[in-house]
Design a protein around this ligand. Sequence first.
Ligand SMILES: [Ca+2]
Ligand SMILES: [Ca+2]
Length: 242
Amino acid sequence: MLLKCLFAEFLEIIDSKLFFISKISYLTTIYYIVNFNIATLVVVREELIMAISLKKGQKVDLTKTNPGLSNVIVGLGWDTNKYDGGASFDLDAAAFLVGSNGKVTSDNDFIFYNNPKDAAGSVTHLGDNKTGDGEGDDEQIKIELSKVPASIEKINFTVTIHEAAERCQNFGQVSNAFIRIVDENNSNELIRYDLSEDYSIETAVVVAEIYRNNGEWKFSAIGSGFEGGLNALCSNFGISVD
Ligand SMILES: [Ca+2]
Ligand SMILES: [Ca+2]
């Protein structure tokens, strides 16, 4: 009787061990399947990101490769080393709507936080950010492509430093600057350009532009630094500076 009991107990132990082992291998299999898929997704995601990340000087189709694209959000981001000099550090994104001669036809085509919309309502600045703290877009500009007047050939996107001269600040103290174009309908990032260049004394940067090309819009990564801040930039695009 005792032997029988011991034997039963022994079998039970073996049984539970086997059950445990099979459970482990089952979990391991699931683990590998999930892990494999995550690894695949990471590779696919990186390939997607690679496909849209631009270098300075590169041009890429915007509407041709994204048929039906209507509204885009242009996101600009940056981080500042605010401890250099101690003053607060405020960068501002802007858009200049220019004709084929590269100049605006009206001062109203200089879109920034204080003039957030053009007359046609095609380009809207979505708000001033005063610190640049954190990742992601610091300021955004929305563009309704179908509303952009035919006379506008290019839209230039710029970033300037507010009161750069007074605060002795320049782009040498700015890092992680980028521009990205996002489809407003599904929040997909279509194009991204990270400004990898080390700027030094510049106080304004023409980051990028979109421009008309055979009935489509293309994107060009520019990344040109300007000395003389907003005033120099405005003169460049034909805005009268007081
Ligand atoms: Ca700002
Ligand atoms: Ca930031």
